[in-house]
Design a protein around this ligand. Structure first.
Ligand code: G1P
Length: 287
């Protein structure tokens, strides 16, 4: 059997952050398990990955506050809820619940012992990923669309076949300092991916090459691991080998490096305002 090299089977969820913005709650609950009404942030992201065809989930954790146990308990399909639903004659709901969880045995935990940032979290997953292209999803970014953001990226990547593809959205110019900002040269933003000319991490608004921000969904090639190798000496509190630097190196090489506009609803749940907006939007959908 030959495998399709552009099929995206594995998804990394970098969740090693400390969640200081949500203290004191995060003393007891990992930030990504905070629910938006009835579903933890991380579960929305896992659902997006499952919908896009990903079969394996890799959670990169810091394991502060028992993060692994809490997440493992949640996603391990121990059948309790399913049995309860079946006993209540709700077998359709039981099936639905099972489809919302990763397949048993396809969940991995990788510990990021030092807070060395996103690039390092991805690099730590290299053994599980191997030599295939893979997805990265940042659960802080809650994205609602039909099809989901990652599904759209995966479809576009089937045509692109190699290099990287990421999702972007226009943000307020004054918000550019919070995101990786893309340089698309003279390219036109539309329904097709646009070729990238550069990327700058969190620029001051006056230095931003556009207002197109990276919104936490990436398809990356395995070549990126070489570029994310940890440096020998890392300054205390500094991010090691930032992902954006590796993306910039790939852009300057001959690789296809593109971004696709995301047209759905986006909530930046790294901030309390974004989190509240997501909660309101979700409760309206449910009522
Ligand atoms: C990360 C990335 C940044 C991206 C953002 C999306 O930043 O480094 O390029 O735009 O996620 O939310 P963070 O929010 O982790 O500081």
């Amino acid at each position: 059997m030959t495998t399709n090299p552009s099929r995206i089977r594995k998804a990394i969820f970098p969740i090693g952050g400390t969640g200081t913005r949500f203290l004191p709650l995060t003393l007891a609950t990992p930030k990504e398990m905070i629910p938006v009404v009835d579903t933890p942030l991380l579960h929305f992201c896992v659902l997006e990955a499952i919908e896009a065809g990903c079969e394996e989930c890799i959670f990169v954790i810091s394991n502060e506050y028992n993060q692994q146990t809490i997440i493992e308990n949640y996603f391990s399909n121990n059948g309790v809820l399913e049995r309860r639903l079946r006993a209540a004659g709700k077998s359709e709901q039981a099936e639905k619940w099972r489809a919302q969880l990763p397949t048993p045995g396809a969940v991995h935990f990788v510990e990021q012992k030092h807070p060395l940032g996103l690039g390092n979290a991805i690099w730590l997953s290299r053994e599980i990923i191997g030599d295939e292209s893979f997805a990265v999803l940042l659960p802080d970014e809650l994205l609602f669309a039909k099809p989901g953001c990652l599904s759209s990226l995966v479809s576009a990547y089937q045509k692109q076949k190699d290099g990287f593809l990421l999702a972007m959205q226009q943000v307020d110019q004054k918000e550019c300092h919070r995101y990786g900002i893309l340089d698309i040269g003279g390219g036109k933003v539309g329904s097709e991916p646009v070729e990238l000319h550069g990327v700058i991490e969190k620029p001051a608004p006056e230095n931003a090459p556009s207002n197109l921000a990276i919104i936490g969904r990436y398809i990356l090639p395995a070549d990126v691991f070489e570029l994310l190798q940890p440096s020998e000496k890392v300054e205390e509190g500094k991010e090691d080998t930032p992902l954006t630097d590796a993306l910039e190196t790939l852009i300057k090489s001959n690789a296809s490096t593109c971004a696709l506009l995301f047209n759905g609803e986006r909530y930046d749940c790294g901030s309390k305002e974004g989190f509240l907006a997501a909660t309101l939007a979700r409760s309206k959908v449910m009522s």
